[in-house]
Design a protein around this ligand. Structure first.
Ligand SMILES: [Zn+2]
Length: 218
């Protein structure tokens, strides 16, 4: 199965990707990881990408698609993949479709995990960290004394990434980037929506079930 995973930060995309990868025996491909690997490994594409990044420019879509394309030639992608973090733009999606078409393959489904912003903000902004490494959550895993670590007694703090304004900003960017892609794949009849606010196991079951129906149809 060739899958694309869409979903805002905090909707459980990472967890679903890991479970699906195991269940379907296809690799979870995070584009951030491939970029880092190419740059670190000094591949021609990595060097090219780096030259843009170093001069403060965005890596052009065709370079990004080529980097993804070279990863998909690896043996473990023979039976498919779960793409995470790519495509991000319509031109990338179009170039990706073209590339797959040239390789006589295509995307089977786009898994869109949705959750209301208010739910995500509540989830992510409740996280509290301790310098000792212990992590709490105000709702699901609060410390016995508010603001104090159970283990070492230190004062808990909120990471910058978990501050409400930061989360709102990330969600805004996500929606701006992703809504055109949602439309794009919907029009192609590939989009499958899932409710990311349900318990994770329930969402996983629903995804696997609808993928199974998809294979039956083919
Ligand atoms: Zn502590």
């Amino acid at each position: 199965m060739r899958l694309i995973l869409l979903g805002p930060p905090g909707a459980g995309k990472g967890t679903q990707a890991a479970v699906l990868s195991e269940e379907l025996k296809i690799p979870h491909i995070s584009t951030g990881d491939i970029f880092r690997a190419n740059i670190k490994g000094g591949t021609p594409l990595g060097l090219l990408a780096r030259s843009y990044i170093d001069s403060g420019k965005l890596v052009p879509d065709d370079v990004t698609v080529d980097i993804v394309g070279s990863r998909l030639k690896d043996d473990d992608c023979k039976n498919g993949f779960i793409m995470d973090g790519f495509p991000r733009t319509i031109p990338q999606a179009q170039l990706f479709d073209k590339m797959l078409d040239e390789r006589n393959t295509a995307i089977d489904a786009v898994i869109n995990i949705t959750a209301d912003d208010s739910v995500i903000i509540k989830r992510l902004s409740g996280r509290r960290m301790c310098p000792c490494g212990k992590i709490y959550h105000m709702e699901s895993n609060p410390p016995k004394t508010e603001g104090i670590c159970d283990v070492c007694g230190s004062r808990l703090y909120i990471r910058d990434d978990d501050k409400e304004e930061t989360i709102r900003e990330r969600l805004r960017t996500y929606h701006q980037q992703t809504s055109p892609l949602v439309d794009y794949y919907q029009k192609k009849g590939l989009l499958l929506d899932f409710d990311g606010t349900k318990p994770k196991e329930v969402t996983t079951r629903e995804i696997l079930e609808s993928l199974k129906n998809l294979t039956k149809r083919v």
